[in-house]
Ligand binder design. Structure first.
Ligand code: AMP
Length: 293
């Protein structure tokens, strides 16, 4: 059955309040549309865990920088609705920009240190836009479990922090990354890649897997792990498109702080919460990926 499409906050609140009154619990999946299997896995999980699944489809202008792809971002609502029907979503919230940002809007939500490194460093204002729009969703949709992909690892951690700091009555859950058969993490932006670029893109995931294997085999030299990952991503084949690395970093998962090192630059033998995160440009497209070591 096709989910009900709602584009106004007042109507959404009415529908969800009625559902809560008859005891239903709500699972929410915020998206920017151009949906793929990664998004749908979150919706299925919301449906399975909560019974009533709400997806949002909103390309949020405040999380794009002035030179980023807000105007070109793929918008495929008709197809998104069909895919959301197959994942058994109940409601799809598709607000206009005016609905989310009322006239004279001037309030923003800014998270501290967690939002500053990694993607926060190369995309100034990005996480402020994300935190602002997600807090609006928390208020418009209300109590429930909100599902985020670990594909956007830093985003998940920033939102988890914000929900806790601002006492939102929500639960935030991080879900596994869904990949193409060749390992490339699914992303709406993969549609920007030319066939030649698409052929090179899986190197990112392959490099992460190989670093994870080295870590699990006992490699604890941080610089060695990062250099190996860099070599695997850059490759040594001359000609053709190449990945240009923006960052490769190992962080403590929950805090995104630098891990403790001993005097030889070695990671602790049994750190159980490390994540290796990368961002790279492939032509005009920016790709991110990560792996829990
Ligand atoms: P987006 O539409 O890109 O804003 O993504 C909406 C949600 O889907 C975010 O929580 C993303 O982390 C998640 N997501 C995107 N791609 C994937 C993927 N390949 N695997 C798992 N979750 C994903």
């Amino acid at each position: 059955m096709r989910p009900e499409q709602i584009d106004q906050v007042a109507r959404l609140r009415q529908a969800l309040d009625s559902a809560r009154q008859v005891g239903r619990t709500i699972g929410v999946v915020p998206t920017m549309g151009a949906l793929h299997e990664g998004h749908l896995s979150l919706v299925r999980q919301a449906k399975a865990q909560c019974g009533l699944a709400v997806a949002t489809v909103f390309v949020n202008p405040t999380q794009f920088g002035p030179k980023e792809d807000y105007a070109q971002y793929p918008r495929t609502l008709e197809r998104d609705m069909e895919l959301l029907a197959t994942a058994r979503a109940d409601y799809v919230f598709t607000p206009s920009v005016q609905e989310m940002y009322p006239p004279f809007d001037q309030t923003r939500v800014r998270v501290g240190g967690l939002a500053e490194g990694l993607c926060g460093a190369s995309r100034p204002g990005h996480f402020e836009g994300v935190a602002t729009v997600v807090s609006k969703f928390f208020n418009a949709i209300g109590p429930g479990t909100y599902f985020f992909g670990k594909k956007d690892y830093q985003q998940w951690r920033v939102i988890e922090r914000m929900a806790s700091d601002l006492l939102f009555p929500v639960r935030v859950v991080g879900c596994p990354i869904v990949r193409e058969p060749d390992g490339l993490a699914m992303s709406s932006r993969n549609s920007y890649l030319s066939p030649e670029e698409r052929a090179v893109a899986p190197r990112l995931a392959a490099a992460l897997l190989s670093a994870q294997a080295r870590y699990q085999a006992g490699e604890r030299d941080l610089a060695g792990l990062i250099d190996g990952t860099r070599r695997d991503i850059e490759g040594d084949i001359p000609g053709g498109p190449s990945l240009s690395i923006e960052y490769i970093e190992v962080k403590v998962g929950t805090t995104l702080q630098a891990p403790a090192l001993d005097v030889h630059g070695k990671l602790a033998p049994s750190d159980s919460d490390l994540v290796l995160l990368v961002a790279a440009r492939l032509g005009a497209t920016r790709l991110i990926d990560n792996i829990e070591l």
